[in-house]
Write a new protein. Structure first.
Length: 86
C-alpha cells in the first residue's frame, strides 16, 4: 500500500499487489486462481476504507488498475482509492 497526501484533507491510496504466481516444478508457474485474488484485493480495500473512516475520511472514487501481461486477457491488478474529508 502506498499513500500520498496531495492536500491535507485528501488521501490517495493504491491497493493491490498483483496476482501471486505459484511455482510447479522448476520452470512452470501459474497465477493464483481468480477467486482467491479477488477476495484478497477486496479484503485489502475494506481494511484501507476502515482505516480512512477512522481518520474522518470517506471514499470518493475508485480507479481500477488493469493488467494484461499475457494473452489470456487482463484482470484488475489493483485500484487507486481516493478519500476526502468533504
Amino acid at each position: 500500500m502506498a499513500m500520498d497526501n496531495p492536500q491535507p484533507d485528501c488521501r490517495v491510496v493504491y491497493v493491490g499487489t498483483g496476482r501471486m504466481q505459484t511455482w510447479k516444478f522448476l520452470f512452470l508457474s501459474n497465477y493464483e486462481d481468480e477467486r482467491t485474488w479477488r477476495q484478497r484485493l477486496a479484503t485489502e480495500m475494506e481494511d484501507v476504507c476502515r482505516d480512512m473512516l477512522q481518520q474522518g475520511l470517506r471514499l470518493t472514487h475508485v480507479v481500477p488498475v488493469m493488467s494484461s501481461r499475457d494473452l489470456n486477457g487482463g484482470w484488475t491488478e489493483g485500484a487507486w482509492l481516493y478519500f476526502s474529508a468533504n
